[in-house]
Design a protein around this ligand. Structure first.
Ligand code: ATP
Length: 244
């Protein structure tokens, strides 16, 4: 916990201090620090190769990293099991099982998790399109539906932190907006404290749903602020090369 300038107490879900991520000698993330308070969406935007995926991989413990990671005020080591701790990761490219049905996809990875049925009901309420597709092969769904399925599947374990890597990738603007609206609803409707770390290439969608945003370039955060304090035009003009 820390105090803001207004002395309001903020309960941090994730505290990242001087995180660096390496692939052998290549340093993809360079001393990045930020805090994700409970109940918020934190967006990291940046162009191809900026280091967004590596940041997520470091936090999830699947890439070599240095620095300090605290989750709910508990320090992580590289070996801490993130899934068991309450973190879910939706990697780039959806990662669903195309040959299995929607229902089967949702049942995977929740062995030992209590209240599966109520969580399934809650998620189908949030993503009604999935309810109409339950017995359909996941590979036959549209891109937006597959993305919603990937997010819903990650949510089956009732995580406190959801790591989303470019959830709108490859989707039309309309589908993309639908997916982003669903992401925002996750926080609005969750029955427990949770937060979302969202990585994206485009500022516009991220600005709409995030509370705080950092612009990443060459492994570093070059701008961080509240999303209410800046416009898409200001950010994209300042950081040429990023799409609004
Ligand atoms: P994109 O939006 O294209 O996914 P990104 O912002 O997620 O990009 P990263 O994938 O994190 O960027 O890549 C950051 C840097 O790390 C790049 O220079 C990339 O070439 C390098 N990199 C990423 N993955 C690996 C890997 N497995 N081995 C070696 N280098 C890697």
């Amino acid at each position: 916990m820390y105090k803001t300038q207004t002395n309001e107490k903020v309960d941090n879900l994730l505290d990242v201090t001087e995180l660096s991520v390496f692939y052998g000698k290549l340093q993809a993330v360079k001393n990045v620090s930020f805090q994700l308070p409970k109940g918020e969406v934190y967006a990291v935007v940046g162009a191809n190769g900026a280091g967004k995926t590596s940041l997520i991989r470091g936090i999830y413990g699947i890439a070599q990293y240095t620095g300090s990671l605290k989750f709910n005020n508990v320090s992580f080591t590289p070996k801490t099991n993130r899934f068991k701790a309450g973190i879910a990761h939706v990697p780039q490219g959806r990662a669903i099982f195309g040959d299995l049905t929607v229902k089967e996809n949702l049942s995977i990875g929740v062995l030992g998790i209590k209240n599966k049925t109520s969580q399934l009901e809650y998620l189908l309420n949030l993503f009604p399109i999935l309810e109409t597709r339950l017995n359909k092969q996941a590979g036959m769904l549209s891109g937006g539906e597959q993305q919603m399925l990937a997010i819903a599947r990650a949510m089956m374990s009732k995580p406190s932190l959801l790591l989303l890597d470019e959830p709108g990738m490859g989707l039309s603007p309309k589908l993309r907006m639908e997916v982003y609206e669903s992401i925002k609803k996750l926080l609005d409707h969750a029955d427990h404290d949770m937060g979302i770390l969202l990585c994206d290439q485009e500022i516009g969608y991220a600005l709409r749903i995030a509370d705080q945003l950092s612009v990443m370039q060459k492994g570093q955060f070059i701008w961080t602020g509240d999303t209410g304090s800046v416009t898409i035009e200001e950010l994209s003009a300042k950081y040429m090369g990023l799409k609004a």
